[in-house]
Design a binder for this molecule. Structure first.
Ligand code: SAM
Ligand code: SF4
Length: 440
């Protein structure tokens, strides 16, 4: 049997797409190889959101080339956002690549493999009507009790730093009936937790034809009605699209978890305007307040960028004070990275690398202090944990996540997929520790 290996870079959408790539390859009769070295078909699902992702990719492409040189019978396919943005130059730059495909053209890989290169073109790209939802392909889930569910692709925003609209195209929502039917099948298959995925999940539905149009709040309610789904998550929402009806649906739907990932990007209204985020600091903080008062015990995490062109010390201080005011439970922090063909890449006043480094270090420290203090408040309480597997650092312990999406390392007699009540005994900025409480 020929074997494949898929290497995944980037976001949750890429993780989802890789599961579909695996499912498609298995339908074609291939088996999974544990490493790239052992694979006949090497697939790399790429990311281009920041330069760092591309540097890591270059190392992988080098390894794949060495493997191909040693055994020219191997095939190398490159998919995802980097492949899409480089489509004109990719084969010239990396002649070791046999087939390349964009995020909306995953099915093309299966068709090309099935044709065994018999005259089939070696690339499939596109960000328009020709795109297909990866969700239409068979999937191979990493864990039997959790699943990603794609609800839309592409993005209609014009954030000035972001390459996503260029590589994934305009927003295209999946019909609600298809989404709910997929969740129903997943529930029957043993799934307990779903994560709805989109570049901008809460602008879901606005591009659907009038007769089929359903908003994100109604979609949440429809997902909540599916029996046996105990946890519903979603990522990423845009603060500008967080309407009151979505907050009410979050509060009222039992399965929707008490966690919102709310990417702020900056705490300075001046920088937010230059980023074209369409909200300012005050509106963001008002949203945080509304959400916290409507949804008891809500955890809020965020994305923050430092070193956007023109960011002054004062702007950066505003980002620090936003972390304190919003009391984030966690944050992904990024150093601004200029991206091809984005508006911000050609702005004057690019911030020197050294200053960006200094700022990100200060920001990370504050995020950790804030998250640590928030986690410490959980000590002594009981959290419901969905157990995911053994702890990464101590095989005698298990690891899982709370409804608020905090990782918990726990002692107890539990198996992956179980829901356990855990008494919290210790906390760090990213992890809680505790012991299972068994009711006798
Ligand atoms: N659609 C989501 C949103 O609107 O927040 C997430 C998009 S992106 C995959 C995830 C995060 O990467 C963004 O929230 C942003 O913080 C960061 N990011 C995007 N472009 C970036 C860039 N050019 N430099 C640094 N960070 C960037
Ligand atoms: Fe990028 Fe902005 Fe769209 Fe998010 S909302 S994917 S940051 S353009």
């Amino acid at each position: 049997m020929r074997r494949y290996h898929v290497t995944t870079f980037g976001c949750q959408m890429n993780a989802h797409d890789s599961e579909r790539i695996k499912g498609m390859l298995e339908e074609l009769g291939l088996g999974e190889a544990p490493t790239l070295e052992e694979a006949d078909v090497m697939v790399i699902n790429t990311c281009t959101i920041r330069e760092k992702a591309e540097l890591r990719l270059a190392a992988h492409l080098g390894l794949a080339k060495a493997l191909k040189d040693a055994d020219p019978g191997r095939l190398l396919a490159v998919g995802g956002c980097f492949a899409e943005v480089q489509r004109g130059r990719l084969f010239e730059q990396f002649p070791q690549v046999d087939f390349a495909f964009g995020p909306g053209s995953i099915a093309g890989l299966g068709e090309w493999l099935a044709s065994e290169r018999n005259g089939a073109p070696s690339g499939r790209f596109g960000t328009g009507e020709e795109r297909r939802f990866a969700a239409e392909l068979p999937g191979r889930r990493e864990r039997p009790f959790q699943a990603w569910v794609q609800i839309s692709m592409g993005c209609n925003s014009v954030c000035s730093y972001c390459i996503v609209p260029t590589v994934r195209g305009k927003q295209m929502s999946r019909p609600a009936g298809e989404i709910v039917a997929e969740i129903g099948r997943l529930a029957k298959d043993g799934v307990r937790e779903i994560t709805l995925l989109g570049q901008n999940v809460n602008s879901y539905g606005r591009d659907l034809p009038a007769g089929e149009r359903l908003g994100f709040a109604e979609l949440l309610r429809a997902c909540d009605r599916v029996d046996a789904i105990e946890r519903i998550r979603f990522t990423s929402p845009h603060p500008k699209d967080f309407r009151s009806e979505v907050i009410t649906a979050m509060a009222e739907c039992e399965a929707v978890c008490e966690h919102a990932h709310l990417p702020a990007q900056s705490g300075s209204s001046r920088i937010l305007r230059a980023m074209r985020r369409t909200y300012d600091r005050e509106r963001f903080l008002a949203l945080v307040a509304e959400m916290r008062s409507s949804i008891p015990d809500l955890a809020i995490t965020t994305d923050l960028i430092v070193g956007f062109p023109g960011e002054t010390d004062e702007d950066f201080e505003q980002t620090l004070s936003l972390v304190e005011e919003a009391q984030f439970d966690g944050a992904y922090t990024f150093v601004y990275s200029p991206r091809y063909e984005t508006e911000a890449a050609s702005l004057p006043d690019q911030v020197p690398e050294e200053l960006k480094r200094e700022r990100i270090e200060r920001l990370i420290e504050l995020v950790q202090t804030t998250a640590n203090a928030r986690n410490e408040r959980r000590i002594g309480g009981i959290e419901q944990v969905l157990v995911e597997g053994p702890s990464r650092t101590d095989a005698a312990l298990m690891r899982g996540r709370t409804r608020r999406n905090t990782t918990v390392v726990l002692a107890g007699k539990v198996t992956p997929g179980a829901l356990a009540n855990v008494r919290i005994e210790a906390a760090t900025s990213t992890t809680l520790r505790g012991t299972q409480v068994v009711v006798t």
